[in-house]
Every structure is written in C-alpha cells, then in structure tokens.
Design a protein around this ligand. Structure first.
Ligand SMILES: *Cc1c(COP(=O)(O)O)cnc(C)c1O
Length: 373
C-alpha cells in the first residue's frame, strides 16, 4: 500500500528544482553569503507583495516576533510587564516571543468556528495592563483584521500580526502583514512560502521601527563596528533569500492549488462525525496552510487513516497554558475552547502537489470512518 504523506517537501520543491539550483549557484559564485543583494532584493519584493513600506529579513519566524516586541520596548512604546493579548490555541512561538521580552501573555479564547481571535473576545479581555494585541492567522486563515485594527486604534493599543502561517491571505482587500503596526512571517520549509532552511521577516509601514530592526538584527549596528543598541545576530542569509525570490512569484498560484485540494475536501468529506473547517471571510482570506478537521474521536480517526496509509498530524496536542514551561502563567485557569481543540483537531494531508488520486483516497478514507459515539 502506498502512503499519502502529510507533507512531502521534496515533491513540493521538485517542480522548481532547476530554478532553485540556478539561484543557489548564483549566490555561491557571487561569494557573498550574508547581508547582501539577494536579501535586499527579497526584502523589497516581499514588501511589495505584502503591500508594506518595509520588509526586514531575519533568521526565523520566532525572531521576527521577538524583535518586533523588543523594538517597541526599546522605542518606549511598551514596557516590561505589559500585557499582550494572544489566542489561547496558538503555536507556542507566539507566546515565547512575548515571554522572551519580559512581557505578559494574556490568553484569549478563539472563536470556536474560525479558530481565530474575534473582536468581541479581545475587547472583553482589555485591562489597563494590556498594551498590545497579537493576532495569529491560524492555519492560514486571516483573523478579522479590519475590526481588530479599528479596536486597537480606538484603545491606543499596538497590533502585531503573527502571519507565519498565512503568507498571501487577503483580509478585507489587504494582505495579512499589512494590517498591524508590524507583522512577523516565518519561512520555515513547511510554511506556504518556505525556504530550504530557517528564515523569517518583519513587515511594517513604520520607518522608525524598520530602521531599529535593521540594526537590531545585525548586532545593533548601523555602521560597521559601531553599536548603538544591544543587538542580536538574526539575519536572513543570501542562499535562503535567493531561493525565496524563486518561490515568491509562485506563492499565489501555490495557494490557489492548495485551495483546489481544499475545495475537493470540503465537497467530498460527508462523514457526520467529522466537522470541516469554517471560512469566516472571503475565499481568499484563507490560504490553507493546514486543513484542520474536528472529530470527537480524533485519535481513532487518525488511527483509521494511518491504517489506510494516510498520514496526519495534530496542530496542536497541548495548548500553551497546559505546557510545562507555562505552568506559572495561568495556574488552574481553564480554556475550554483551546482544550477541546487540542483533543479534537486533526490536520489532513495538504500541499500544492497533492494528486487527484491522493485527495480522493483521503476523502474516501475519512468517509469510511465509523465513529463509536
Ligand atoms: C512557524 C510559526 C512560528 C515560528 O516560526 P519559525 O520560523 O519556526 O521560528 C510562529 N508562529 C506560528 C503561528 C507559526 O506557525
């Protein structure tokens, strides 16, 4: 029995192997591997794509978020101990970026249909301690950015987007990454825009923030060997930038191919024990980083699929407030939406290169699952 992989990155990159090889060769022969033209050009192309004045390449998606918040502290816009609202069902990196800066994650339950923050939930959680909101476009679906941006403006709060899963998604006519005061992207290989190693970027319209980040990522230096701020080493290397420049022009097409797989899943999966994901906005507000279904008997469904050669994953099995590293964050607090999701969610195979036959096998196998309950 052949298997349907959850995500075959070799297959994803195979159609553009020649272009990737040529771009890598160009970098190798140029002999300049860090902070060069490829990164500069990618930054400018990614800013244009996103619709922002600036993009700043960094080493990974976590650093993008860490360095945004760090910059706001340096610039006096946040102070240690301030609260940052973050969804209770997000990937751990969203919270780590807050904690690493001595800020306080303030967990807010997502809307149980969209899996994203909603404006009413955020508004209810506001206290004088809360000075910023981190909107996460989870699984590739844009959070309700027009509403969140209006709320943050009205209340004088900073808005940061964790756009690590949603490159290219459009919310109310604007790309994600162009709504917040700043946004963090990841180019981890499995993301919709993935490098062949680690990479990340910040997008922003804020000239002051952009200049600060450019120094911060490079030892706090604007002029070589002159260090104004206590910086870090977090750079997007030339090889990854060159590969991302090959992939960026194909991103919208790749996202459309993902959407085509998803359209078939949504039309074909009819098992009453399995709930399909809900698209809260327009079709292009979701770029389907993951196709996440819910099932009360999730582990049995995963075992059934696995027995038929279909690989799945769980995003995520333990919510942040139940992680050992966050034992002190909200002791005893229950987050019923996040906890139910952790028990019930299952991510089905999804990529731009999944074949018709593979998609049909997934559909048939999900439909042949017999729930006990
Ligand atoms: C992947 C991811 C990150 C972190 O990106 P890295 O490049 O792996 O550091 C942050 N937030 C979310 C929601 C992610 O999915």
């Amino acid at each position: 029995m052949s298997t349907v992989p959850f995500l075959d990155l070799g297959a994803v990159n195979r159609p553009i192997l020649d272009e990737i090889t040529a771009a890598s060769r160009r970098v190798i022969e140029a002999g300049w591997y860090i902070q060069g033209q490829e990164c500069q050009r990618f930054e400018s192309e990614f800013a244009t794509f996103t619709g922002t004045r600036h993009a700043i390449g960094v080493a990974n998606g976590l650093d993008a978020l860490v360095l945004i918040l760090r910059s706001w502290i340096d610039l006096g816009r946040l102070k240690i101990g301030d609260g940052v609202i973050v969804p209770s069902n997000t990937f751990i990196a969203s919270l780590l970026a807050i904690s690493q800066n001595g800020l306080t994650p303030v967990l807010v339950e997502p809307n149980p249909a969209s899996f994203n923050l909603d404006v009413a939930g955020v508004e209810q959680a506001l206290t004088p301690q809360v000075r910023a909101v981190m909107a996460v476009h989870l699984y590739g679906q844009a959070a309700p950015m027009a509403g969140l941006a209006a709320l943050c403006r009205r209340r004088g709060l900073l808005l940061v987007e964790d756009a690590a899963q949603a490159h290219g998604a459009i919310s109310d006519g604007r790309r994600v990454g162009a709504w917040g005061d700043a946004a963090g992207f990841s180019f981890y290989p499995g993301k919709n825009l993935g490098a062949l190693g680690d990479g990340g970027a910040v997008t922003t319209d804020d000239d002051v923030l952009a200049a600060h980040l450019r120094a911060l990522r490079n030892y706090g230096s604007e002029i070589k060997y002159e260090n104004r701020i206590l910086g870090v080493n977090s750079r997007l290397d030339e090889l990854q930038a060159a590969i991302l420049r090959v992939k960026l022009p194909r991103l919208d097409t790749d996202n459309a191919l993902r959407r085509r797989v998803v359209d078939r899943y949504r039309a074909g999966i009819v098992n009453p024990a399995v709930s399909l994901p809900v698209v809260a906005g327009d079709e292009d507000s979701h770029v389907w980083h993951l196709f996440v279904v819910r099932c009360a008997e999730r582990d049995r469904l995963a075992a059934h699929l696995s027995a038929h050669g279909i690989m799945t994953q769980v995003h995520y099995p333990i919510p942040p407030h139940r992680q050992a590293c966050y034992a002190d964050l909200a002791p005893g607090v229950s987050m019923p939406v996040a906890e139910a999701m952790a028990r019930e969610v299952l991510s089905l195979p999804l990529s731009p290169v999944l074949t018709e036959g593979e998609v049909q096998r997934v559909i048939d196998t999900v439909n042949s699952f017999n729930a006990v309950g």
